[in-house]
Design a protein around this ligand. Structure first.
Ligand code: SF4
Ligand code: FES
Length: 248
C-alpha cells in the first residue's frame, strides 16, 4: 500500500516543532507499524535527510518504549496493544496517517517522537519497591499464604509496562492509572504491607510534583492502556491514600 505520513518533527526540547509530510510506497500489510517507520527512515537516510527519532526496544509489547499517538489515538487504532504490535493491515492503501509524540507537560519532547518519561522513574523511586531482610533469615515467599484472588489482582496490576499511554490519552494528563497499578501490585500482597502507607503517600506526592493532572473519571486511560489495567486500581490507590492519611 502507498501511504502519506504526517509526522511531528522537532529538533530538540527547546525548538518549535511542526508536522512534516512524507510518502512511503509498497508497504506490506504484514509489516508492523515500526517496520513501516524503518522503511521511511531508510528512505530518509538514503536521500541524505535526518531520520525520524522514535523510541523502541523489545518490539514485542513488553518494554513500553514505543509510544506514539497515531491518528489522534494513543498506540493507534487497534486495542490493547503497543505500537510495536500494531500492524499495517489496520490501515488502507492511500491513507494519510498522523504520527505525534505523547503530549503531556510531564513528558517533554526530547526529539521528534521521543519524549522524556523519567518522571515515571522518579515516581517509582519514591515508593515502587519493598524492603526484604536478606540477613539469612529471609522467609521463603512460598510459605506466605496469599489468596488466589489477591495474587491474580496483584499480577494484573504488575503487568503495567510504564508506557504512559494513560497519561497521553487523558485530557488532564493524569498518571493515576500508572500510579494506581504500581501501588496496587504491592498493596495486595503481604510483602508490600511494611511500607504501604509511606509508599502511597510518597508516590502520589511525587506524581503531583512532576506536574501530572488529576483524575476526573473519564476512563480514557483504561480504554487505551495496552495491558488492560483497570480503573479499579485508581480506586484502590485512593483507598490506600485515605487509609495512610488517617494513620498520620
Ligand atoms: S497503566 Fe497502562 S497505559 Fe498506563 S503506563 Fe501502565 S501499561 Fe501504560
Ligand atoms: S518496543 Fe517494547 S513494547 Fe513496543
Amino acid at each position: 500500500m502507498n501511504l502519506t505520513l504526517k509526522i511531528w518533527r522537532q529538533k530538540g526540547p527547546q525548538v518549535k516543532g511542526k508536522m512534516v509530510e512524507y510518502k512511503v510506497n509498497d508497504i506490506s500489510e504484514h509489516m508492523s507499524f515500526l517496520e513501516m517507520m524503518d522503511v521511511l527512515n531508510e528512505q530518509l537516510v538514503n536521500s541524505g535527510d535526518e531520520p525520524v527519532a522514535f523510541d523502541h526496544d523489545c518490539r514485542e509489547g513488553i518494554c513500553g518504549m514505543c509510544s506514539l499517538y497515531i491518528n489522534g489515538e494513543a498506540n493507534g487504532p487497534d486495542k490493547k496493544i503497543t505500537v510495536c504490535q500494531l500492524h499495517m493491515r489496520m490501515f488502507n492503501d492511500g491513507d494519510t496517517i498522523y504520527i505525534e509524540p505523547w503530549r503531556a507537560k510531564a513528558f517533554p519532547v526530547i526529539k521528534d517522537l521521543v519524549v522524556d518519561r523519567t518522571s515515571f522513574d522518579r515516581i517509582q523511586q519514591a515508593g515502587g519497591f519493598i524492603s526484604v531482610n536478606t540477613s539469612g533469615n529471609t522467609q521463603d515467599a512460598n510459605a506466605l499464604p496469599i489468596s488466589k484472588h489477591a495474587a491474580d489482582e496483584a499480577m494484573d496490576a504488575a503487568t503495567c509496562i510504564g508506557c504512559g499511554a494513560c497519561v497521553a490519552t487523558c485530557k488532564n494528563s493524569s498518571a493515576m492509572l500508572f500510579v494506581g497499578a504500581k501501588v496496587s501490585q504491592y498493596a495486595l500482597l503481604p510483602q508490600g504491607q511494611v511500607e504501604a502507607a509511606d509508599r502511597v503517600i510518597n508516590m502520589v506526592h511525587q506524581m503531583d510534583l512532576e506536574g501530572f493532572g488529576n483524575c476526573t473519571n473519564t476512563g480514557a486511560c483504561e480504554i487505551e492502556c495496552p495491558k488492560g489495567i483497570t480503573l479499579v486500581n485508581i480506586a484502590r490507590m485512593n483507598r490506600e491514600y485515605l487509609k495512610a492519611s488517617l494513620k498520620g
